[in-house]
Design a protein around this ligand. Structure first.
Ligand SMILES: [Zn+2]
Length: 81
């Protein structure tokens, strides 16, 4: 399985995802007024996630950080990384 190349997410895509998610972190619900919001790949690119709107969500910086640090080993196993 080939890795999906990491591309820069175009600003219009970022804006679309933020608007779709109502400028709220999809994990803790904080808004852009309370925290820094980032675009997250739901399935990481390293696990062959896609640069696709359906694979993008709004996460705040701290949730995004936690997610990176806690990749579920079963998930990893399932994708045979
Ligand atoms: Zn959050």
């Amino acid at each position: 399985m080939n890795k999906t190349p990491r591309i820069r997410i175009p600003s219009e895509v970022r804006t679309y995802v933020f608007q779709r998610d109502k400028y709220q972190c999809q994990s803790c619900g904080k808004t852009t007024l309370e925290t820094d919001l980032t675009i997250d790949h739901i399935i990481p690119l390293s696990l062959s996630g896609r640069n696709d709107l359906s694979n993008l969500q709004t996460l705040c910086a701290s949730c995004n950080q936690q997610k990176t640090n806690h990749i579920d080993p079963r998930f990893r196993c399932h994708f045979d990384v």
